[in-house]
Design a protein around this ligand. Structure first.
Ligand SMILES: [Zn+2]
Length: 66
C-alpha cells in the first residue's frame, strides 16, 4: 500500500496502485505518490550520514595542513 495525493484537490488516500483518476474529484493525471514518514526519515538519516562524512573529511584535510 502507498499514499497518494491529488495535486488538484489535495485529496489524500491510500491505494495498492497509483490510480489514473483522483477518486475524489475525478481528474486524471493529477495523482502523485506521497512518500510516507518512514521513507522521509530514512532520507534524513542518509543525509545526516553524508554530512558526517563531509565533516570528517574536512577534519582530515585540516590535520594534513598542520
Ligand atoms: Zn482530486
Amino acid at each position: 500500500m502507498a499514499d497518494y495525493q491529488c495535486m488538484k484537490c489535495n485529496y489524500r488516500f491510500t491505494k495498492e496502485r497509483k490510480p489514473l483518476a483522483c477518486p475524489f474529484c475525478g481528474k486524471t493525471g493529477t495523482v502523485d505518490f506521497v512518500p510516507d514518514a518512514n521513507d522521509i526519515l530514512a532520507d534524513v538519516g542518509e543525509q545526516e550520514k553524508r554530512m558526517q562524512d563531509i565533516e570528517e573529511r574536512k577534519k582530515e584535510w585540516d590535520n594534513r595542513r598542520k
